[in-house]
Design a protein around this ligand. Structure first.
Ligand code: ZN
Length: 347
């Protein structure tokens, strides 16, 4: 089979690799129908972080079950399944706390020694705990629903998680910092699921601004830095925002989040902080800020998101603004790295 392989910064290839096999009785093998490129895949592509060379790529995929190990109980060959970007047993204490990304038997697709989602098939460890079957199977799912389901494997759930961490509720006013797929999905989650009334999206890119409005942003603010902070305060009678989603993970985005938070406000941070390893604690101390951070436990959100997709009440599929076959994955990385695409879908 073929799979995307990381060959160094700026260098992604598609190569022949061995077919995945069941190696543990709790495994399943999934034939990938759709996968995608994540903003977090770009960190290694841009050379910001180190990644093993060569290594498999991708952690967002859905597909059909091809084979299951002898201990797999809830899945059977032919099932259409959605995979969160990490596997988990869904039974350990961390999983029962809703933190499947801290599972004692968990791991990440695309990490050294594992299969990546950007390939024709994937060995999925802890299949019962990880994969969520879509009722009705592949025959009953439209192409649009398939895109919406693919989005739930990471960005739709991660954006929603950011809004949950920011304690967004009915009638809330929320600021979303970051107009990548996760930030845009935070807008959608805050409005369509959590009932926010007003969402300020900070974006200066016309396509992303338009999608942000489609997802429910009520105010789109092109300023950055101090100017953005001033605008956010102007729009809230000088008080600042009670709820902020930080979906970038850089020093600049954290400065904005801290600067526009209302005293006692909550920042929900889902931007991977590769380039912002230190956080000043004095401003949050003085202003009573609540800072909730964490890698999204996508598995926790999947059942409800899949239900909403099938009901037609939740559709993050429009984040995919470019699609291509797996063979062209290198073009997809380049397009996302150069911000010519919000998110690339691979088929
Ligand atoms: Zn667990």
């Amino acid at each position: 089979m073929r799979a995307a392989i990381y060959r160094g910064a700026g260098h992604v290839t598609v190569e022949e690799v061995s077919d995945p096999l069941i190696t543990a009785p709790t495994d399943a093998v999934v034939r990938v129908l759709r996968s995608c490129i994540c903003g977090s895949d770009l960190w290694a592509y841009r050379g910001v972080i180190q990644r093993a060379v060569p290594s498999r790529l991708g952690h967002e995929f859905l597909g059909t079950v091809e084979a299951v190990g002898s201990e797999v109980r809830t899945l059977k060959p032919g099932d259409l399944v959605v995979a969160p970007f990490q596997w988990s047993d869904n039974t350990c204490p961390a999983c029962r706390d809703g933190l499947q990304t801290s599972c004692v038997n968990g791991g990440t697709f695309g990490a050294p020694g594992t299969d990546g989602g950007q390939g024709e098939a994937v060995r999925v460890p802890q299949a019962d705990g990880t994969l969520v079957a879509v009722p009705g199977g592949a025959e009953s799912v439209s192409e649009a629903a398939l895109r919406a389901l693919l989005a739930t494997t990471d960005v739709a759930a991660t954006g929603l998680h950011g809004a949950v961490l920011a304690e967004v509720g009915e009638g809330a006013t929320v600021g979303v910092i970051g107009d990548g797929a996760v930030g845009l999905c935070a807008v959608l989650g805050a409005r369509a699921i959590l009932g926010a009334e007003r969402v300020l999206l900070f974006s200066r890119n016309p396509e992303r601004q338009a999608l942000g409005r489609r997802f429910g942003a009520t105010d789109v603010i092109p300023e950055r830095g101090e100017a953005a902070i001033a605008t956010a305060r102007d729009l809230t009678a000088g008080l600042g925002l009670r709820h902020i989603v930080e979906a970038v993970g850089t020093e600049a985005s954290w400065e904005m989040a801290l600067g526009m938070a209302r005293d006692g406000g909550t920042i929900g941070a889902v931007g991977v902080p590769h380039t912002a390893p230190t956080l000043p604690l004095f401003p949050p101390f003085v202003h009573h800020l609540r800072i909730h951070v964490g890698v999204a436990p996508v598995r926790h959100y999947l059942p409800q998101l899949i239900t909403r997709v099938l009901e037609g009440t939740y559709d993050a599929g429009p984040v995919f603004d470019l699609e291509m076959p797996l063979q062209d994955v290198a073009l997809g990385y380049a397009a996302m790295s150069e911000r010519r695409a919000i998110k690339v879908m691979l088929s």
